[in-house]
Design a protein around this ligand. Structure first.
Ligand SMILES: [Zn+2]
Length: 79
């Protein structure tokens, strides 16, 4: 019986160590993208469409003949 209890204690210890390692890995994964997303707000710059004034991501906006930012709808209709 003593050996059985010892076995359970060892098993719990191993599981606890595994759980801690998983937590650390998760924290590393969480902090990884967060540092990358910190640079995202600069990339996701919102600009107004010069035609309708709707704000959209700079990446999704297009330039018209006058070099003004226009939304996808007006970019397609303009071109
Ligand atoms: Zn527009």
């Amino acid at each position: 019986m003593k050996v059985f209890v010892l076995l359970i204690v060892v098993l719990l210890f191993v599981l606890w160590k595994k759980y801690q390692k998983q937590l650390k890995d998760h924290q590393r994964q969480d902090t990884g993208p967060s540092t990358g997303s910190a640079a995202n707000p600069q990339a996701r710059e919102l600009l107004p469409c010069s035609v309708c004034g709707v704000h959209a991501d700079k990446a999704s906006l297009g330039l018209n003949a006058q070099g003004q930012y226009v939304c996808a709808n007006h970019h397609q209709s303009g071109a």
